[in-house]
Design a protein around this ligand. Structure first.
Ligand code: NAP
Length: 292
């Protein structure tokens, strides 16, 4: 089975659009971009385009790369106090002279749609409900649920321990009663650990998962994004030992492709957060009935 995040994200965005149309006051996502990193600009523009397509207001605040930390924090505080703004996102990475932690701490946790602030991250770690769940892990769980992939009691191996994917993924999986192993660049015998997984979630950015080595009928979720030698987008899963797609589909239970898997789910998940938690609940009910 292919975990088709592209199609699923379209369905979710359509459902969000219906919900947004019913609202008198539309959600408003503010995205701050500091500097001129081309990849960041593409991400930010994609978020804005997706938001506008589904009726969510979106404003991009572009600041020069030499912006002082205090000036950036003033912008954030203005957005915190602006009742029209419902979500704030600071595009990472920030220029090196800016302390990322100070910036993240300045965001109002009630508008922290990325789940970056200590309050939201702390709540997640304590098993309490944060104002927002982190977008990529949330998107992955929505995708696994949609494809009826059981999580409870499964051994999930998460590769990568970033604050935006690996660590919050582990917390959310624990809340779903999975048994979780987290791996990183210092992990010894990664292949041996991978072999024990029912589900592998790889967020590295390198071809670290040799798919012929995984357990038969395991589920593979590819978060990684890199470019191959031809400049084509690719993920962490290495399928080169297989002859064709049928052989892959016979061997694994399911896998998410790159592109077209976790990437679009992350955007859909961000839009769910921007719609706010109350509506996320409504949407999950609609989702359950219409997706079953
Ligand atoms: P990151 O900050 O780029 O860190 C990479 C992680 O991989 C680190 O924890 C690192 O370990 C680990 N790692 C590096 N080499 C390894 C190896 N050989 N074996 C095992 N682990 C290794 O992480 P990120 O921000 O989560 O991004 C990871 C990838 O996911 C990137 O390609 C990024 O573009 C992609 N991504 C995609 C989406 C999406 O929506 N599709 C969202 C977010 C990120 P150490 O901690 O020891 O250095």
């Amino acid at each position: 089975m292919i975990l088709d995040g592209k199609t699923l994200s379209k369905k979710i965005l359509e459902e969000i659009k219906v919900e947004v149309e019913k609202l008198d006051k539309k959600p408003h996502l503010a995205v701050i971009l500091v500097g001129d990193d081309p990849a960041s600009r593409i991400y930010v523009n994609n978020k804005k385009k997706t938001a506008l397509n589904i009726g969510i207001n979106s404003t991009i605040i572009e600041l020069p790369k030499d912006t002082e930390e205090s000036v950036l924090i003033e912008y954030i505080q203005r957005l915190n106090n602006d009742d029209d703004i419902t979500g704030i996102l600071v595009q990472m990475p920030l220029p090196k002279h800016i302390n990322k932690d100070n910036v993240v701490c300045a965001i109002d946790p009630k508008k922290d749609v990325d789940c970056f602030t200590p309050e939201n991250v702390g709540k997640l770690a304590l098993g309490m409900k944060p104002y927002f769940y982190p977008v990529t892990p949330q998107g992955i769980l929505i995708m696994l649920d949609y494809y009826n992939i059981p999580i409870e009691g499964q051994h999930v191996v998460v590769i990568g321990r970033s604050n935006i994917v690996g660590k919050p993924m582990v917390q959310m999986l624990l809340q779903r009663n999975a048994t979780v192993t987290i791996c990183h660049s210092h992990t010894k015998n990664l292949d041996d650990i991978i072999k024990t997984a029912d589900i592998i979630i790889s967020a590295v950015g390198k071809k670290v998962v040799r798919c012929k080595m995984v357990k038969y009928k395991s589920v593979l979720v590819d978060v990684g994004i890199s470019r191959d030698t031809n400049g084509k987008l690719t993920g962490d899963l290495n399928f080169s030992d297989f002859n064709d797609i049928n052989e892959i589909l016979d061997f694994v239970e399911a896998f998410s492709p790159v592109p077209g898997g976790v990437g679009p789910m992350t955007i859909a998940s961000l839009m769910l957060n921007t719609l706010c938690l109350e509506h996320t609940r409504i949407l999950s009910r609609i989702a359950k009935s219409s997706f079953e």
